[in-house]
Design a protein around this ligand. Structure first.
Ligand code: ADP
Length: 461
């Protein structure tokens, strides 16, 4: 049977109790064994001492019978004298003496050749009445006659002591296990309380309560860390939701402007009787707004796909100068309209590992801004460095320092009136930043110069 509680707290408490139980059983078993061995040694020790004493008390009576002067009853050790079993036999096994305590029982039969030879031999044996004893044998010579002395003590007190110890353990252990189980369960529940809190919090998460946080105990333990990580995750989620809400609000706002324009142009057209040319002009204005609208939708779609990670870069070895020339060629008609000159300076060919269509989008957006926001007839310089950097500088108003960081945010415009007139939605630079960062590069602005850098060029060709 595999007993596995579902709650982690109960599992910890259960393991704790199981380990404790094993430890207690091992401890009690070894204690009982050590106790038994020590007490048995002690008995052997007494028996050896007693044999030495008995040796001095032996004598043969004039009739040839063996006499043991055991008249010890006033001696402090008399209790032990009464308890001991004493048997003295001849080497042929003939019983020469048995003390009163032993009576008709025997400690052994005919001496074995090694029994008591050359010192003391000690072992446990069982008497005829079932009493377990610890016996010591020793050979002795009295008046030239060899004898074998056997002296034993009952081992029963040892077994009684061990049984009492085990009985006490059997009484106390279940109590200790029960207390350990209850305390362990409480402790593990209390320890895991932060996990419960996180679970409850996670269950309640909706977009409306992302600002809520779970309390952090600052104990520095793993659960504290878990709570912090959870709170940080909530923080990031909250920030993302906030950005999403802002983005949706900004996008709706931007969509509303051209839609309102189309609607009012249409309404004006319906209200007045005009010539064919008037209507052509109205439809032209409407189409202008529609193309503005579709550019916005294109940008939004691109951002949505980029956010969703749906745009896969198709990287290849891309030559920066050629790519920039293509872009310049694309935008030249717009610059020509404003009589602006696009000047390209290079230090030599540079190749990077990039997706040319995505990278072109970034350069177009920055260069288009330079054309849009700098005065007619002004020069625009484009410099490509051998370190795979592109610097685009115009002579327009530039970006004031306080806007330099936010300029790349979505829908951020310094002067929204001017920007809208120029046809912008505040999305171009955010798309450019995404495109550059997708290639591991960075884009920054300082005054009139936008600078795009890439981590490292492929070997300059
Ligand atoms: P937009 O489509 O409005 O141009 P961008 O994200 O491309 O949006 O640019 C954000 C804002 O940064 C613009 O509205 C404009 O105010 C400012 N800006 C960008 N490029 C230039 C520039 N070369 N000179 C001056 N201002 C610029």
């Amino acid at each position: 049977m595999n007993f596995r509680p579902r709650s982690i707290g109960a599992r910890i408490a259960f393991s704790y109790v199981a380990v404790l139980l094993c430890a207690m059983v091992i401890f009690m078993t070894s204690t009982a064994v050590v106790l038994y061995l020590q007490m048995r040694n002690q008995l052997g020790h007494y028996a050896v001492q007693d044999i030495e004493t008995v040796e001095g008390l032996l004598s043969f009576a004039p009739g040839g019978s063996l006499v043991v002067n055991e008249n010890y009853h006033n001696h402090p050790e008399s209790k032990r004298v009464l308890d001991r079993y004493l048997e003295i036999v001849g080497m042929d096994g003939r019983i020469l003496y048995r003390n009163q305590h032993l009576g008709v029982l025997a400690l052994g039969g005919v001496p074995l050749p090694t029994e008591g030879a050359g010192g003391y031999s000690e072992h446990s044996t069982v008497l005829g009445d079932g009493t377990r004893v610890r016996m010591v044998s020793r050979r002795h010579t009295l008046d030239g006659r060899p004898l074998l002395l056997r002296l034993a003590y009952s081992e029963e007190p040892i077994y009684t002591a061990v049984k009492e110890l085990l009985a006490a353990a059997a009484l106390i252990f279940p109590l200790m296990i029960a207390v350990a189980g209850v305390v362990g369960l409480r402790m593990s529940r209390r320890t895991l309380e932060p996990v419960q809190q996180i679970t409850r919090q996670a269950e309640r998460i909706t977009s409306r309560n992302l600002h809520e946080r779970i309390p952090v105990s600052h104990t520095g333990d793993e659960l504290d860390h878990l709570a912090e990580v959870f709170n940080q995750t909530m923080g990031r989620l909250e920030h993302s939701f906030q950005q999403l809400r802002q983005f949706t609000a900004d996008a709706s706002h931007e969509l509303r402007t051209p839609l309102a324009a189309i609607r009012s142009i249409g309404e004006v057209g319906l209200q007045q009787d005009g010539s064919r040319d008037d209507y052509r002009e109205l439809v032209g204005s409407m189409l202008e707004e529609v193309s503005r609208l579709s550019r916005l939708v294109d940008d939004l779609l691109m951002i949505a796909r980029a956010d969703a990670g749906a745009i896969q870069l198709r990287r290849s070895s891309t030559e920066l100068i050629a790519l920039t020339r293509d872009t310049i060629a694309l935008l030249e008609p717009l610059a020509d309209e404003k009589r602006q000159v696009l000047l390209l300076t290079t230090e030599g060919p540079v190749r990077i590992d990039a997706d040319p269509s995505i990278l072109r989008q970034a350069i177009i957006n920055v260069l288009h801004n330079a054309i849009k926001y700098s005065p007619p007839g002004s020069p625009i310089s484009i410099r490509i460095g051998r370190d795979a950097s592109i610097a685009i500088e115009d002579t327009g108003p530039g970006i004031p320092l306080e806007h330099a960081n936010r300029i790349f945010d979505r829908f951020y415009r310094i002067d929204s009136g001017r920007s809208r007139d120029a046809g912008g939605f505040g999305l171009g630079l955010s798309i450019a930043r995404w495109a550059v960062q997708a290639h591991g590069g960075e884009i920054s602005v300082s005054g009139n110069t936008f600078r795009i850098t890439f981590p490292q060029p492929l070997i300059a060709s």
